[in-house]
Design a protein around this ligand. Structure first.
Ligand code: SF4
Ligand code: SF4
Length: 170
């Protein structure tokens, strides 16, 4: 006789079942740091080209490079902190008080409406959702983690599943 396999609802419950808080502060930390990749698909290159008023070929020539047969947005070394900035990261000085004291630079994405899926799906990457520790680790560089409204499990998984595993940087 074959016994039915019973599964525990508790065992199926992911650790984030009660939701996760996230609100992007637009600090730009995820757009700079050690050299990496920002994968961009052909479809995303076409959308970016439209946004910039360029052809896809011009967009690739100016802003992308090939890594293992795929395109990534180009990065350049930031002389102020030594990290590598995405080509579309913009730093805007912020002034206070007498209008001269610069406290910190505001950073933002200059192609925000058409940024690649890799950027739009952060921090709900599979690698960040494997455990509470992985999520907390991601929060070390991303101050938006733990802030703002709580996303429910369905919203988290919907964001996570937008990005194919192969498109997630290692
Ligand atoms: S495209 Fe925009 S969001 Fe993505 S890494 Fe570059 S600056 Fe950051
Ligand atoms: S590191 Fe987090 S809070 Fe900062 S810009 Fe990136 S997603 Fe937003």
């Amino acid at each position: 006789m074959e016994l039915p396999v019973l599964t525990s609802p508790v065992a199926q419950r992911p650790w984030y079942a009660d939701g996760l808080a996230f609100h992007c502060t637009q600090c730009g930390n995820c757009c700079t740091g050690p050299p990496g990749v920002v994968w961009i698909s052909d479809q995303e290159i076409a959308a970016l080209a439209d946004h910039l008023g360029l052809t896809p070929q011009e967009t690739v020539q100016r802003y992308c490079h090939q890594v293992g047969g795929r395109f990534s947005l180009t990065e350049s070394r930031n002389p102020n902190h030594g990290g590598y900035d995405c080509v579309f990261l913009r730093e805007l000085p912020a002034e206070v008080g007498d209008g001269q004291t610069i406290v910190h630079a505001q950073r933002n994405c200059s192609i925000y409406p058409v940024r690649p899926l890799q950027c739009r799906s952060w921090p709900f990457w599979k690698s960040c959702l494997t455990s509470p520790e992985a999520w907390a680790g991601a929060g070390q560089r991303c101050p938006g983690i733990g802030q703002g409204p709580v996303l429910c499990q369905q919203e988290i998984e919907s964001a996570r599943d937008q990005l194919p595993a192969a498109a997630e940087p290692e």
